[in-house]
Design a protein around this ligand. Sequence first.
Ligand code: FAQ
Length: 313
Amino acid sequence: MNSDNRFEAFQQYIDSEEKIEPKDWMPDEYRLHNIRQISQHAHSEVIGMQPEGNWITRAPSLRAKKILLAKIQDEGGHGLYLYSAAETLGITRDELIEQLHSGKAKYSSVFNYPTLNWADIGAIGWLVDGAAVTNQLSLRRTSYGPYSRAMMRICNEESFHQRQGYEIMAKMATGTPEQHAMAQSAIDRWWWPALMMFGPHDNDSPRTSNGLRWKIKRAGNDELRQRFIDKTVPQAEVIGLKIPDPRLRWNEETQHYEIGPINWDEFHRVVRGEGPCNSQRMAHHKHWHAEGAWVREAAAAYAARHNTNPVRV
Ligand code: FAQ
């Protein structure tokens, strides 16, 4: 098969909804696009543990603490599935972490905002996991097999996270006036960053066209953002919280909510590393990665001695 035919056959295979598996031939651009997206997704899951980790020692009850611990552990597990999926594309875990530490690889902008009160833990579950799962439900149908299979497991857990976050918000929003104010403050601060998680508008999104052509992405950024808005606004109404957007309105004709403009300057600033917590998040990751070196060395030594695959740490 000449090279043109290989590209054509590859595209036809994708168009017929077949999954690409690690040992299949794939164009380099497809491989690199997947490494970039899957690894950024993995980094987001792992860095995303930090804002919530901030509240483990201050959870208001034993029940709340157990749920939070389990949720954060889930996020770490999601990172591990995703790193493993990225590794099947011929990149090592060390290289992936190096790309994160050097700033070459991104992670979701939303994790560069601080968690100031307990309601922020509710807002992360409800809005951040809610936005994440809206995207990830579509990614279950992504064309790269290992990524798609990781998404199936992750979505089940993220849906549960979304509900536990909503439960916290519902309790606080219908509690004392002080608790209601904390819940409103949390939605005021997390609403717009959650909308930014979906990425720039489609006409400003350089990766979307290849992402859709290769069925790595199954929907554009704007379509997914709209799905999230349409399901979340009524949920806010039910618990008596106000969406912090004076231009929000229901459009009877399109049967969708319309929102005011998103502050893309803020988005780009945060992605460039100038958000409120970027340097803290990276310093924390680098510090604990270095502290864990002995664990990785011990696992590799154990694997070498027992002639098994290295334990993933
Ligand atoms: N933050 O052309 P596009 C979670 C970058 S998981 C930072 O639209 P694409 C679980 C983008 O990478 C949340 N950077 O790119 C959890 C690209 O830069 P590059 C993470 C962003 O890939 C919950 C450039 O802008 N989910 O939350 C962002 O087609 C609670 C141009 O953008 C995923 O990663 C952003 N928000 O679409 C954990 C899902 N948006 O790479 C703990 C998988 C865009 O060229 C607690 N990823 N950029 O240098 C995706 O679906 C896509 O990669 C998008 C971006 C939709 C994020």
